[in-house]
Design a protein around this ligand. Sequence first.
Ligand SMILES: [Zn+2]
Ligand SMILES: [Zn+2]
Length: 168
Amino acid sequence: MLLEMASLFNRNGAVMAVELEEQIKEPSDYPDVVEFVEPVKIEGTLKNENEIFVLEAKAGTEVMLRCDRCLAPVRKELCFEIKERFAHAGRENEETETFSGDQIDLADFVKRGIIGALPMKVICREGCKGLCPVCGKDLNEGDCDCDTTYIDPRFESLRALFNDDEEV
Ligand SMILES: [Zn+2]
Ligand SMILES: [Zn+2]
């Protein structure tokens, strides 16, 4: 995602509108993203402040994730901001990112923004019951006959206690 800069060079105070759009086809770099259903859109401004180029932009996209409990697809809108200061290589300071030539590649900033905007938890609906850990049935569609307490070792030790009581 390349931002063309040259029209702002040597024009202190000049502001340029930024509008970029790119479809991400390879979601494997993004944890839990199944696919990008909308392109990433960036809108904002780039300003020349004494040959420091200040980018302030809002960005957004839509992705398909999976429910943490039942694995159903969940569509999610992601919004984030990109605020960066860029300096020509050799003129950078601790507050700036550097670039060389006439362009800045925003790919890394976009990637960071998307990963930061991804939700920690993805649930398809309030109270999703998830999948049966034994047979894999989607419990939102109805119960199964599995004894799910059997595979949980915490319940296992509790049951052992109960059994001991009964034998006394
Ligand atoms: Zn679910
Ligand atoms: Zn089951």
